[in-house]
Design a binder for this molecule. Structure first.
Ligand code: SIN
Length: 228
């Protein structure tokens, strides 16, 4: 990973460290990354910005966009390793949603949206529980009617990633453990199981099922017979 991708992580951790000696304070479980994201100036002055969605942003855009195209990001993998206290769980019983982990040689398929700059603020709000914007190269994989040589094949864009140093990060666990947590969790945006099953379906529709997501969806269905 290049150096320009790193600094947000360090500042995020610093801003959420517990105060020494405060033994009664429970560990932080959620955070608000809006201010850190607002400070990112990389695309300032651009008329439009590409944003890569790899989780709910694939199947539930819920924001205006100018154009969307399936795309790959290289050297990352999708994992249900981020806690959700605000969408698919609660502070008492967090759900699990996806983040990206660095994995050289891997590729993650998702949906890239070209958005107006003012759409970043609602996205920052939606992704505020630990996700920080990172600049990545998008490799478009769509076949468009336009002649290939008139279409961009790559573009610089943003992706929201919840790194291991954010307070809501849950990290790795066995697939049965993750599926059990997802089966139980429910938050303001609905059941955590819906998130997993919609994502699994959306990736199949895109033509690129993700093994981690597919195996989890299978585990979930075994636990919740009659589900999707
Ligand atoms: C994303 O979809 O790109 C981020 C994770 C999520 O909101 O599910």
């Amino acid at each position: 990973m290049s150096a320009r991708h790193q600094p947000h992580h360090a500042s995020n951790r610093a801003s959420h460290q517990r105060q020494d000696g405060d033994a009664t304070r429970p560990p932080a479980s959620s955070s608000d990354t809006r201010e850190l994201n607002r400070r990112m100036t990389h695309f300032d002055g651009h008329e439009a910005i590409w944003v890569f969605g790899y989780g709910s942003l694939i199947w539930k855009a819920g924001f205006p966009y100018l154009e969307r195209r399936p795309a790959l990001v290289h050297d990352v993998s999708r994992r249900f390793w981020q806690g959700s206290h605000d969408h698919r769980g609660t502070p008492q019983a967090p759900g699990r949603v996806v983040t990206l982990i660095d994995e050289p040689g891997a590729q993650c398929l998702g949906m890239a949206y070209r958005i107006a700059p003012q759409t970043l603020a609602p996205l920052d709000l939606r992704e505020k529980n630990g996700y920080l914007r990172r600049v990545v190269t998008l490799h478009f994989v769509d076949t468009d009617d336009a002649p290939a040589d008139t279409r961009e094949q790559t573009a610089e864009g943003l992706v929201y990633i919840a790194a291991a140093d954010n307070p809501a990060y849950l990290g790795d666990a066995s697939l049965p453990h993750i599926a059990a947590q997802i089966a139980e969790a429910h938050g303001p945006s609905g059941p955590n199981s819906d998130y997993l099953l919609h994502l699994d379906q959306a990736l199949r529709d895109l033509g690129g099922p993700d093994e981690h997501v597919t195996l989890l969806a299978r585990e979930l269905r075994e636990r919740m017979p009659g589900t999707g």
